[in-house]
Design a binder for this molecule. Structure first.
Ligand code: ATP
Ligand code: MG
Length: 458
């Protein structure tokens, strides 16, 4: 027999193909058009725990019992549409009913005449990769807070000592940077962790309501006070109170809070009996308390009492290296919540996200990803799934020659005003109504100025 003939016979010999398949590390199996397994290699046996004898002749869903088996079987999809699937992650159950994450790829199998006779699936065990991934995430997380940027890792390092110290903490940071997460972590790591953590948003209530909320009231203190009501300080006794948006607290309430800080005592509304509490205070603000203090809007003595330990959480745009980590985390959560299989973010979508400034910080990133996940049907978030405002160019810097009417010069003040308007428009993504509100001018005034300074709007 000629060498050539022997080779060709060998190639067509099913046991030869079997030998090759058994030597690959990926699981490989084929099904006929009814979905019954017709071949099953060694790696498939190893990953699933089922022997070839167990598997052949069974429907593949009986062996794999994957989360996709009944809703959207990838093999069935391939056999029906001749569309191949590449690297789809699914979870199967092995023989011991243990969940195993695998990545699968599928292709059709045709006979010599080109007729589809079944499909082939290759699959790879992802358990180890997933473990490593989890380990990495553990390294870059602290309680529920994720971060791998230098400033976040530094915060993680000092947090346990701060938590244990029992000192008053001021958490500063723009909206959506994670101030509340830090407050939770401080409480959880403190010796007060088994006692309550009580949260009060100081911006949500007008002065007297906030005071009755914080300090409680006695029956008859006001018309609706039919019974005594303990305040949030009393509820937090032995534990921690989180005073959110403390910069919005009125000066009257500030005095009362100062007394709690200095003497650990207060009187409920309508009572002249002093109550004593043992409470640790964590305060948060997205305002500049120091500046407020200079403007006499925040009491100096209270500021120094609160500002014992200050944690400043940097905005997301100053720690962009945290974006991929956060994306991963939010996607994992959304996949569970929305029963999706999104695994990736395309390079161009990632670039759009990296180029964006996130005025709403981590919360905004979370919302953007939720929006994108709803629109994504496949496994990858693409640019077109992102909200369109991300892709519009940010506000251009003022043009070199502003179109000030002839004969008029741009004074220093004009320049400042122009700059303020451009920034307000930037912050509000070009929405003139919102920018006007922020600047405290009527919308038509803003329009007049936009025209006067030649600012280009979208
Ligand atoms: N580092 C982080 N890791 C994971 N999730 C985060 C992180 N930072 C913020 N988040 C998430 O972003 C959202 C906003 O966080 P949080 O409420 O703590 O911010 P905040 O600074 O208190 O905002 P605001 O000033 O608006 O009250 C939450 O859903 C939170 O879980
Ligand atoms: Mg908050």
């Amino acid at each position: 027999m000629s060498e050539e003939r022997r080779e060709s016979e060998l190639r067509n010999d099913p046991s030869w193909t079997g030998l090759i398949l058994d030597s690959v590390a990926d699981g490989v199996f084929t099904v006929d058009q009814q979905g019954r397994i017709t071949s099953f290699n060694k790696a498939a046996e190893k990953i699933t725990g089922f022997s070839r004898e167990d598997a052949i002749g069974q429907y593949c869903h009986e062996i794999f019992r994957a989360n996709t088996c009944f809703e959207s079987c990838p093999l069935k999809h391939t056999a029906e549409t001749a569309e191949n699937i590449v690297n789809l992650e699914v979870n199967i159950l092995n023989r011991e009913n243990k969940e195993i994450p695998i990545s699968i790829s599928t292709a059709v199998v045709k006979d010599k005449g080109g007729k589809i006779v079944g499909a082939v699936e290759t699959f790879r065990d992802l358990s180890l990769i997933k473990e490593l991934h989890k380990e990495l995430q553990r390294q870059y997380s602290f309680q529920d807070i994720l971060g791998r940027s230098k400033p976040m890792l530094k915060l993680f390092r000092i947090l346990p000592d701060i938590a244990k110290s029992d000192a008053t903490v001021l958490v500063e940071g723009e909206s959506g940077t994670g101030k509340e997460l830090f407050a939770n972590a401080i409480h959880t790591l403190s010796n007060r962790k088994d006692k309550p953590l009580i949260k009060v948003n100081c911006a949500a209530l007008p002065e007297t309501l906030l005071e009755s909320e914080l300090f409680g009231y006695k029956k008859g203190a006001f018309t609706d006070a039919r019974t005594d009501k303990p305040g949030r300080f009393r509820q937090a006794h032995g534990g921690t109170i989180f005073l959110d948006e403390i910069g919005d607290m009125s000066k009257g309430t500030q005095v009362k809070l100062l007394r709690v800080l200095e003497q650990k005592e207060y009187e409920p509304l309508g009572s002249n009996k002093t109550e004593r509490v043992d409470v640790r205070i964590i305060a948060a603000t997205n305002r500049d308390l120091m500046e407020m203090m200079h403007r006499r809007e925040f009491r100096e003595d209270l500021f120094f009492r609160i500002n014992v330990i200050r944690l400043t959480i940097p905005p997301l745009r100053e720690r962009r290296e945290d974006i991929p980590l956060l994306l991963d985390h939010f996607l994992e959560r959304l996949n569970l919540k929305q029963s999706k299989q999104i695994k990736k973010v395309s390079a161009s979508a990632l670039k759009t996200l990296f180029d964006y400034d996130f005025p709403g910080n981590v919360r905004e990133l979370e919302n953007i990803i939720e929006h994108a996940a709803i629109l994504t049907k496949g496994i990858e978030i693409q640019s077109r799934h992102l909200p369109s405002y991300l892709k519009q160019r940010r506000y251009d810097p003022p043009p070199a020659a502003p179109s000030i009417p002839e004969g008029e010069d741009m004074s220093v003040l004009d320049n400042v005003e122009r700059d303020l308007i451009v920034r307000a428009l930037e912050r509000n993504r070009g929405r003139t109504a919102a920018a006007a509100k922020e600047l405290g001018v009527h919308r038509s005034t803003l329009w007049r100025k936009i025209k006067r300074y030649g600012i280009t709007t979208r």
